[in-house]
Design a protein around this ligand. Sequence first.
Ligand code: NAD
Length: 307
Amino acid sequence: MNFLITGAAGFLGSSLANQLAREGHQVRGLDDLSTGNPQALAPDIHFTRGDVNDRPKLWTLLQDVDVVYHLAARVSVPESILYPRDYNDINVGGTVALMEAMRDVGVKRVVLASSGAIYGELIEQPLKETVIANPRSPYAVSKLAAEYYVRTIGSLWNIETVSLRIFNAYGPGQHLPPSNPPVAPHYLRQALRGGTLVAHGDGLQTRDYIYVDDVVSAMVAASTAPNINGLVINIGSGVETSIKDLIRLVLDITGSKANVVYNSQSSGGVSRMKADISLAQEKLRFTPSIKLEDGLRLTLKRDARFK
Ligand code: NAD
């Protein structure tokens, strides 16, 4: 099959692109390289640098494409609070631009990378796709809006759509920005350097961590699975882990004696996140196969930054 991946040079995009190429598919990648790294892509992936809002570029790249994976986005919650307009322009506007270009060219299916962040603070756990979302940041709102856009205009224009609400993905190659880096690789790096591991809040807040290879399996399945048009589907491990337990695992695995500080002055974000993954199991035959402890070990082993 022919695929276009937007955000292809990013953490999830590059892992997906390389997997599809290994399976023998033709893969094109688009990324503006605002954070992405094209070196992460295998040589047989046809990479183009560009913006997801650039429709003429999209028209060219979409020729003969069977399925689009739409991952290009700004992904930082704190940054989205400072610059909501950028998040709206790229995450929402970019999605609409892509859908218009798909309609113009006649591409028939899109898989959107949405986020578990759309749920926000909800008491009832595990989180089911059917609950009313309670987004708490412009990032989360932008992802929810993108879901509605793909589903609504997809059904009007006969484009099949599926939105995958990915929870806390982690693994080798994850982008580590200087402020607010994703916790799993950040703690690994701090532990190896003997630096302090700082947790926001009391460390009792939970997240649903999912190893990158499991996310990629779900994304691959979503390109061909039948009867998923218009659905939103959670992609998580179905297991909730507190920040405290994550830190304990990181220290065990690395053998580090690094200091741990709980900063009660700063908010730890939502209290609980645990995905209900029964829909993914039913529709995508999705079964997460890598436990957090093993995924952290694999991250250490496979990411050159941790050598
Ligand atoms: P990432 O930042 O590594 O990847 C995003 C990519 O998009 C980057 O390579 C960036 O350069 C590119 N990009 C940004 N703006 C662009 C633009 N205007 N035009 C073209 N490319 C642009 O992040 P990731 O973790 O790989 O996330 C990929 C997708 O999955 C995102 O849509 C994100 O919202 C979603 N997601 C990720 C997670 C996670 O835990 N990693 C969880 C939920 C959802």
